[in-house]
Write a protein that binds this ligand. Structure first.
Ligand SMILES: [Mn+2]
Length: 330
């Protein structure tokens, strides 16, 4: 049972549990109003929150097609259709947890080191108590490094479940150590990850050298190649993830290019032969119960998108992550 309540200037739906949910779609059409994520309240419209969605419009770390700085705005715009009940998991995430849109973290587009500091401090500022969770909307994959730094400060080392076409454990590009192709090597070097408890899922495409894979393994990662998914199926993928992460706190990082370009053309470094959106959603749902402390959806570059298909995928993936977090909440 819900009732509508005028919280600020918007007719948000308040659940019986007291959580302030979405703007009432019977009062304000979904396509109207300023686009917060899923038409949820902004951070300062509620007293406290359990899960914060935050944008990081930053793409100065890309190696190929730029444009992910416009990802957060596109994902918010595409999130207007998200509704309050998740039937597959039988969860009403916005009633079970107070979810807010915390706006964007401003990151310096001309100084990557400064941007990394800003993102770390921005995420840290959202974690006012250890039970709070953050879902970050990128932006390019560089921003996963400062997010993991902020997670480490609260939770210690985490197990990383990284969905991506690419390993993102390269050393440097043009001598630069912080790019969208290097965050997880830096994270491993900085001790942000539990040793040998992290996995890449959906890896495919050409590499520089076989040594890339051996290097990655020596950094403490295991790889679920995209080509394995046909053989082991969704259940096999989830078994490998669960076996890998054990009981450790989990950070989930989703590079939208883990999806096939047919499902997510709007990204900077597309690779053929990717996961379907249905497969990825099924894997995420099967991860229910894992202690997910933070997550991101990155690399949405709207200028290469078509009919908003990539932004819609990203919005729904963020919804899946929020639902997993809300279900475990409190
Ligand atoms: Mn990536």
């Amino acid at each position: 049972m819900t009732e509508r309540e005028q919280v600020t200037n918007q007719p948000y739906v308040r659940s019986a549990t007291g959580k302030v949910g979405q703007v009432d779609a019977q009062e304000v059409p979904r396509y109207a109003g300023i686009a917060t994520f899923a038409r949820l309240p902004q951070r300062y419209e509620v007293d406290d929150y359990d899960i914060a969605v935050v944008g990081v419009p930053f793409d100065s770390g890309v190696t190929y097609r730029p444009g992910a700085r416009f990802g957060p705005a596109a994902i918010r715009q595409a999130s207007r259709l998200l509704k309050p009940y998740h039937p597959a998991l039988d969860v009403s995430p916005f009633a079970q947890a107070q979810v807010v849109d915390a706006g964007d973290i401003a990151a310096n587009p001309f100084d990557i080191d400064a941007a990394v500091d800003q993102v770390r401090e921005g995420i840290a500022g959202l974690l006012t108590r250890p039970q709070q969770r953050v879902v970050m909307l990128g932006g390019d994959h560089t921003i996963a490094l400062p997010a993991l730094q902020a997670m480490h400060a609260v939770h210690g080392p985490v197990a990383l479940v990284h969905f991506d076409a690419h390993l993102d454990t390269w050393d440097t590009y043009f001598g630069a150590p912080c790019t969208h192709g290097t965050p997880f090597r830096r994270a491993s070097e900085q001790g942000l990850l539990v040793k040998d408890r992290s996995a890449h899922v959906g890896i495919r495409g050409s590499l520089y050298d076989r040594a890339d894979l051996l290097d990655d393994e020596s950094l403490g990662f295991t790889v679920v190649h995209c080509r394995d998914i046909d053989r082991i199926g969704v259940d096999g993928v989830v078994d490998r993830i669960r076996e890998r992460v054990g009981e450790h706190p989990v950070y989930v990082s989703i590079d939208i290019d883990v999806l096939d370009p047919a499902f997510a053309p709007g990204t900077g470094t597309p690779e053929i032969g990717g996961m379907t959106s249905r497969e990825l959603v099924a894997v995420l749902r099967s991860m229910r119960g894992l202690p997910i402390v933070g997550a991101d959806v990155v690399e949405v570059a709207p200028s290469y998108d078509s009919g908003d298909v990539t932004a819609v995928a990203a919005a729904n993936l963020a919804y899946e992550l929020i639902t997993l977090m809300a279900e475990n909440h409190g």
